[in-house]
Structure formats: C-alpha cells, structure tokens
Design a protein around this ligand. Structure first.
Ligand SMILES: Cc1cc2nc3c(=O)[nH]c(=O)nc-3n(C[C@H](O)[C@H](O)[C@H](O)COP(=O)(O)OP(=O)(O)OC[C@H]3O[C@@H](n4cnc5c(N)ncnc54)[C@H](O)[C@@H]3O)c2cc1C
Length: 468
C-alpha cells in the first residue's frame, strides 16, 4: 500500500465533524494514554487515534485511511502480544468503546460488539447460565482472540471461539458494510474464523451459547518441580482418558507467589495443572480427581467455584504495561523427550514470571473439518505456548532470546506451524504464515485479494493479496 502521508488539518477537521467518537492527535493531553497497549514493550506514535462509537465511525475511519493512503492499525482489546493494534504514523482505529453484548437466552445466541472484552461477554451470558468458549484472561479482547481462533477452558467440549460464530458484521477495505455467515459471503466467513482480521474490520460477532455454570468443578493443583517428569508423564496418561467435558492446561514455571506457597519453595520451579469440567459440578469433581493425584501436590486449590471466577483467575498475573514476548508451536505429541525439553527450558527462563505451557487440543476442535474454517491447527494434539514475562527493560534481550531459542529447539517436535495469537513479534511473518496455514494459505490470500486488494489492513497476521 501507499506510504503513509499526514492528512491536512482541513481533512482531519472534516473527519472530526463526521465522527461521533473522539479523535486523539499528537499533542492532545490523552495522546500517551491513547497510544498505549497492554504490552509495555510496544512504544508507537500514531498520527491519530480514532475512538469509534459505532459502525458508522468505523466506515468513516476506513474511508479516511484509504483516501489518504494511511497505515492502519485496528485495536479492540489491545492485547495482541506483538502490539499490532498500534502503529507509527497512520491511524489507529479503536473499537474499545463499542463493547455492548446482547444475549438472546431463548435462541442461545449473543450479539457482541467488537470492542468487548471476554469479561464483558461472560458477565452478560452468565446471567442466563450460558457461555461461549473464550480465553483464560478476562480483559483480553474478544475480537483479536476470535479472529485468531480462541483457545480457552471450554475448548475440548465446545471448540474454539471462532467455531462458535454464527455470523459477523464487517467493514471491508472499500468501506462497505457486509455480513458474513455460512450462507452469505461464505469465503469471508471462512477466512475470519482463524485467519485474523486480514480482510476487514469486524464490528460485531454473533456467538452460539451453551449451558455452563454458574458453578463449575475446577482443578488447580501445583506440584513441586522435582516431580516434574513423573507428573507430566502421569498427566499425559490422564489426558488421554478423560472425557471432552474436561479441558486442561499445564504450565511449568516458578510462580513466585508468597501468599500461595511456603517460603522455602516460593523461588523453586513448579508445575501447575488446571482443569475445568463443562457439565455438572458433582460429576466433574470425580473426573478431575486424577489431576490431583499426579504426584504429591504442593498446593491444591481445586473445587467448585463460579465460572466467572475461574475465567478471571489469572487476570492479576498479566498487568498492563509489563514486558511480554509470547510465541508458540503445535506439538505432534507429548513424548518423554518433549516433556524433558519443556522442563529444561522452563528451568532456564531468565525471569521467574515466565512459563512454558501445554494446551491439550482435540475434542470439539478436532471435530470441525480442516477446510471448514481458516484455523490451521486442528489436527495437532497439543499447543506449546512459551511465555516470556518480565519487568526490567534491561532484561529485554535475554528474555526474548530465551523464548526464541526455546522455540527453535522445540521445532523438531512440531511441523513448525504456530498459533497466530501467540506469534512472537510476527518476525518472519510471510514464512510463518505460509508454514502455519499450509494448504489454506492460497485460499486466505484469495479472500484478501477480494476484500482488501491494496493491503490496507497489513499490520496483523497478514497474508499478501495475490498479484494480477
Ligand atoms: C493476558 C493475555 C491472555 C491471553 N489468553 C489467551 C487465551 O486464553 N486464549 C487465546 O486463544 N489467546 C489468548 N491470548 C492471545 C489473544 O488471543 C491475542 O493477543 C489477541 O490478539 C487479543 O485480542 P485483542 O482484541 O485484545 O487484541 P488487539 O491487539 O486489539 O487486536 C489483535 C489483532 O487483531 C486485529 N483486530 C482486532 N480487532 C479487530 C477487528 N474487530 N477486526 C479486524 N481485526 C481486528 C488487530 O489489527 C490486531 O492485529 C491472550 C493474550 C493476552 C495478552
């Protein structure tokens, strides 16, 4: 696309008059707040930040950006680890004020505006004992999460967030408003389910809902690091036999939380095992029991709790403005070798806040056909997440190097494809996208060519339009 050029004062004035939301420019008193995203590593200086109040503002902002050849960043929850929700120069089209959620309890659907957080959605749907699969930290934005797939505590039973989409409303690069579903603009609907926001700005999502909660049985157990090999091998066995109602997550790290552990082990490595049973709590407690017997627990917080509470359990672990670099790989198995490598890399992390995580997949995720959506990772049994989390800017290089080296080392256990919501900084984007999307890459490029031929939306997990 064209190089970004600053629009004239007259043009900005004209846009401001058309706009219902606020337009923030460099020099405005809230400019620094407006250019900030969740990851403290990201420090960008946009030419303007346009807070949209609704779809009309989004259309105006898209038209303005296209007509002036501006670089475009789209921000929903601002939690993309690579910071693609902001850009230097150009325009940030911010959706955070479009955060309404409307539930139809009879139809078991929810209409969700694109700026909603996961917590906004759970709050509304749980009023009716319903939920849709979302991620595990409640202030993450639903838009980025869903467009990239969306793995959370309900994934084995009900699939990915994007698998639960009935339709979307979207503004494409030409400024046109469209709806997309299985029956309308099917190619677009296929592409936005796992292919990211490469074809346009989704303004609203329609989700299917399921009966969940309000109370659910949960597992939350810590084992000491010196039992790591046995615990992870026992976990692998358990995972193979549990029903899809139980979704688990493994995290290997230090978790240096003084209020949770005896002083002598606070700084020691640990294994955290999590599980949520998406059906009756009484039944679930029995199914979760084996997760509590994988070794000698250091601490065990398992029990029945409110679904919304479990959904917020880790919110405090990821404060705004800390420093983060997360990447990922789909694993072909959780072999003994893989387990050994995970334990070694977790022990080598320069920051005690970092973790190496294993997200079991399968279940409802694998029930969806590979060609039914753009989401690429359905065949894999496990997703490896490498989370570098640290506070000191002087430690940036060491932490990023650790996560990259860990990923390089683990690549031998994978086909090399990554989960684009845990993308590093999208370094080597083109190669990463081709490896990750494989056979679906050309189809995604065709969607891009149809709806965004000049690559107006190029800052996220982006594919290139096909050249004529
Ligand atoms: C603390 C934390 C916890 C997380 N937990 C999980 C988890 O449990 N499961 C999981 O799957 N992922 C998880 N993620 C990853 C998360 O899915 C991605 O970071 C996702 O991009 C966040 O979406 P967002 O709307 O907050 O981000 P943003 O940074 O606002 O947007 C992300 C990307 O999507 C594009 N985009 C945003 N909105 C739109 C739109 N409406 N239309 C088109 N494009 C758009 C943007 O251009 C941007 O490139 C987590 C991330 C964080 C930071």
């Amino acid at each position: 696309m064209a190089e970004t050029t600053p629009p004239s004062e007259d043009a900005i004035h004209h846009l401001t008059e058309q706009f219902h939301g606020e337009i923030v420019l460099p020099g405005d008193k809230n400019y620094d707040e407006a250019r900030t995203v969740w990851n403290g590593m990201i420090d960008k200086y946009p030419g303007m930040v346009a807070y949209c109040s609704g779809t009309a503002d989004v259309i105006n902002a898209v038209d303005f950006a296209r007509e002036h050849g501006l670089r475009v960043a789209v921000r929903a929850g601002g939690h993309n680890v690579a910071g693609t929700a902001v850009c230097d120069d150009g325009i940030v089209i911010d959706l955070s004020e479009m955060n309404g959620v409307w539930v139809d309890p009879d139809e078991r659907t929810a209409w969700v505006q694109a700026g909603a957080t996961l917590g906004d959605i759970d709050h509304e749907t749980q009023a009716f004992g319903l939920a849709t699969p979302l991620g595990v930290v409640s202030d993450t934005g639903v838009a980025g999460l869903t467009l990239g797939g969306g793995v959370g505590h309900l994934r084995k039973k009900y699939g990915l967030s994007c698998d639960n989409l009935a339709s979307v409303e979207i503004v494409t690069a030409d400024g046109a408003y469209r709806t997309a579903s299985e029956d309308e603009n099917e190619d677009l609907f296929w592409g936005i389910r796992g292919g990211g926001g490469t074809a346009g700005i989704v303004t609203g999502f329609e989700f299917d809902l399921h009966p969940v909660g309000p109370e659910v049985a949960t597992g939350f157990v810590f084992y000491p690091g010196d039992q790591a090999v046995d615990v992870l091998r026992a976990f692998r066995l358990t995972e193979q036999s549990v029903p899809d109602e139980l979704t688990t997550l493994v995290s290997v790290g230090t978790f240096p939380e003084e209020e949770l552990f005896p002083a002598d082990v606070v700084e020691e490595s640990k294994i955290a095992i999590l599980g949520l049973y998406a059906d009756s709590p009484e039944e679930g407690e029995g199914v979760i029991e084996p997760l509590r017997e994988l070794g000698e627990p250091l601490a065990d917080f398992s029990g029945t709790m409110r679904y919304t509470e479990f959904q917020q359990l880790f919110d405090d672990d990821y404060p705004d403005g800390m420093r983060y670099y997360w990447n990922s790989l789909y694993l072909e198995s959780l072999s003994d070798d893989v387990i050994d490598h995970i334990i070694e890399w977790a022990a080598d992390a320069p920051s005690p806040l970092s973790t190496v995580d294993v997200w079991p997949l399968g279940g409802a995720i694998a029930d969806v056909g590979l060609d039914e959506s753009a989401f690429p990772g359905r065949g894999a049994p496990y997703l490896l997440g490498v989370e570098a989390n640290w506070e000191d800017p002087e430690q940036d290089a060491a932490n990023i190097a650790w996560a990259r080296e860990c990923l390089d080392d683990m690549r031998e256990f994978s086909d090399g494809s990554v989960y684009p919501n845990f993308p590093g900084f999208y370094e080597g984007n083109d190669e990463m996208m081709e490896t990750t999307f494989g056979d679906a890459y050309d189809r995604l490029a065709a969607v891009k060519t149809e709806y965004d031929p000049t690559s107006l939306f190029s800052l996220n997990q982006s594919v290139e339009p096909t050249m004529e």
